[in-house]
Design a protein around this ligand. Structure first.
Ligand code: AMP
Length: 621
């Protein structure tokens, strides 16, 4: 079939299109209406239908391929490999569901999961889905303050965590950070369930902290039936960065998400039941939710969860996993491929990668050098895909499962089915012509699988993302883009204060707030600066209250490490006595960024004091 026809049907008669796609999953009760869009921009998909993500990911496959691998957890940090068949996963998930119920978790309650990349993290997510609890996974690299703000927003009934993660063979204790976060938070969880990996000592809080091993022992034979959920009930919250320091809780539904994942596994990732999928992301990010846990399992595939670095014990580790588990589809990020490119090619070449059919890359712009290099090393198609935490699955890509259309270097591809992608001129609000730069927007309704709202804050969802445009409403991706005459898009970076470090999304405001909490910092500007390896890095310019107090760059970095986590640590902190601002007091972040990247600062006619720009220039020398 021609992709253009498939796409047209998805946007011209979306209800017919998605009714057909909905048949890819199991429904306990059929839906009565495909789409309710009576209250734009809120879209409700598959109204009245009852289903369950855990059923579709696990139970559904037990009958036909119960003994086939479902979850393969590999850690090169602890040198362990554990493989669970669909039937074994079914058993584990029911134990976890029973443990959660025993700890008082009920349908609709939030469960915050702060875990390293171990199988138990996936069990916990699936168990929540099974009983209708709403999980909120927080990336293990985030530290106390980030965690505390998420605890306060989600108000979890239960937190699931572990003693430690591990990086490069060194334990990274989680429990002290978690304790600090809970003490900072005003909303306290009643219970904390802890997996002890024996990596770091843990202090238990009497009456609150529960040991997983002991509780699990009491639920070994647990049988917990699936709770059928109306399609639009919430499945999870995933926090992401925006323009303000306060993280946004992206809330997703059940039925729409299951259908979108099943559709994308078929049309984009061409996944077949019984095959193995390997996404190298982390469960703390959206890729981990969609394409480590739910997507592959919903498609009946085995999924690999990998804890470790891509270059340890040697740079061939990923390809040894591909060889051993006959991985057919792999999903990673450009930064990781750039890291691999710097290694000796023999490590990669010595492994049999003949099972691999395609490599999917997402999360940040894919440069031509990286793309061409990995394509020639692997000899398989490299498929870029552009999306965001908010959408849950690709907005732009090439749907190879529909048509083997060509890719174009530097472009993630064309609009995916269901997405009415528009490019809008920022000044005039008009649709852009071919090759004209504009903001990437999506005409509502968003297709199934995309965010329903900002958790607990419908107004913030509407105000942050949506603008009225004649009779329709437009969702902003906050990305600049251009489209060529063939309909291929090219993404040119964010329009807001969000930066992208190695595919990880960070808000400059969050980092600024953290740095100003240093007692000797009065003001700071954080910008994203182009970096050959990571795409972008954060760079800070800080004004000290007392320049003679001996405050060092490392002291400021340590504050960010402690509060937000090393993931948010700026690459450099420069001290200045003035920051470039407009006469109305607005920080000229774009000018600072331009100077850092060796470009002209642009239009600075509104600047209060041009000497501030010279300070930035001098600091960089
Ligand atoms: P996140 O929500 O963390 O997935 O970050 C989403 C943002 O990452 C997007 O708004 C883009 O700025 C960027 N992004 C994601 N995928 C791509 C891609 N394939 N090409 C270019 N930018 C991307």
């Amino acid at each position: 079939m021609k992709y253009a026809d498939f796409y047209q049907r998805s946007v011209v008669t979306p209800e017919d299109f998605w009714r057909d796609e909905a048949a890819l999953i199991d429904w306990n009760t059929p839906f009565s209406q495909v789409l309710d869009y009576s209250r734009p921009p809120f879209a409700r998909w598959f109204v009245g239908g009852k289903t369950n993500l855990c059923h579709n990911a696990v139970d559904r496959w037990c009958a036909t391929q119960g003994d086939k691998p479902a979850l393969i957890a590999i850690s090169t940090e602890t040198n362990t490999e554990r493989s669970y068949s669909f039937s074994e996963l079914h058993v584990e998930v029911q134990r976890w569901a029973a443990m959660m119920q025993a700890l008082g978790v009920r349908k609709g309650d939030r469960v915050l999961i702060y875990m390293p990349m171990i199988a138990e993290a996936a069990f916990a997510m699936l168990a929540c889905a099974r009983i209708g609890a709403v999980h909120s996974v927080v990336f293990g690299g985030f530290a106390a303050n980030s965690l505390a703000s998420r605890i306060d927003d989600a108000k979890p009934a239960l937190i699931v965590s572990a003693d430690a993660g591990s990086r490069n063979g060194k334990p990274i204790p989680y429990k002290p950070l978690l304790d600090e976060a809970i003490s900072l938070a005003s909303s306290k969880p009643a219970r904390v369930l802890l997996v002890d990996r024996g990596l770091a000592p843990m202090r238990r809080v009497e009456g609150r902290d529960v040991d997983y091993a002991a509780l699990n022992a009491a639920h070994l034979a647990a049988q917990v039936p699936v709770t059928w959920l109306e399609s639009n009930e919430p499945s999870y919250i995933l926090y992401t960065s925006g323009t303000t320091g306060k993280p946004k809780g992206v809330q997703r539904d059940v039925g729409g998400y299951a259908v979108a994942l099943a559709a994308s596994m078929k049309h984009n990732f061409c996944g077949k039941a019984g095959e193995t999928f390997f996404a190298t992301s982390d469960i703390g990010w959206v890729v981990g939710h969609s394409y480590i846990v739910y997507g592959p399992l919903i498609a009946g595939m085995a999924t690999i969860m990998y804890e470790g670095l891509p270059i340890c014990p040697d740079p061939g580790i990923w390809w040894s996993i591909v060889e051993k588990y006959r991985v057919t589809r792999m999903f990673s990020a450009p930064t990781a491929i750039r890291v691999l490119r710097k290694q000796q090619p023999e490590y990669m070449r010595k492994h049999d990668k003949s099972s691999l059919k395609a490599l999917y890359l997402a999360g940040e712009p894919l440069d031509e050098t990286t793309s061409s290099w990995i394509a020639s090393e692997l000899g398989v198609p490299i498929i870029d895909n552009y999306w965001q935490t908010e959408t849950g699955w690709p907005i732009l890509s090439i749907a190879k499962g529909i048509e083997d259309a060509p890719t174009k270097l530097g472009s993630p591809g064309v609009a995916m089915y269901g997405y009415k992608v528009k490019l809008i001129n920022e000044t005039t609000g008009d649709a852009c012509a071919a090759n004209e730069k504009g903001v990437v927007m999506i005409e509502g309704p968003l297709p199934p699988g995309c965010m329903q709202t900002v958790y607990g804050d419908d107004a913030r969802f509407v105000d942050t993302y949506w603008t009225r445009n004649g009779d329709s409403v437009l969702y902003s991706t906050f990305d600049w883009g251009v489209r060529d005459a063939d309909g291929y898009y090219f993404i040119l970076g964010r329009t807001d204060d969000v930066i992208n470090v190695a595919g990880h999304r960070l808000g400059t405001r969050e980092i600024e707030e953290s740095i100003t909490s240093h007692p000797n910092v009065s003001e700071v500007a954080v910008v994203g600066v182009e970096d050959k390896l990571k795409g972008q890095v954060a760079v800070a310019f800080a004004i000290l209250k007392d320049a003679n107090a001996g405050t060092l760059e490392q002291d400021v970095m340590a504050v960010v490490d402690r509060q937000l986590g090393a993931v948010a640590r700026p690459a450099r902190v420069y001290f200045v006595t003035q920051l470039p601002k407009t006469r109305s007091g607005k920080l000229l972040r774009r000018s600072i960024q331009a100077i850092c990247e060796g470009r002209s600062p642009g239009d600075v006619t509104t600047i209060e004091d041009p000497a501030s720009l010279q300070q930035i220039q001098r600091a960089l020398l």
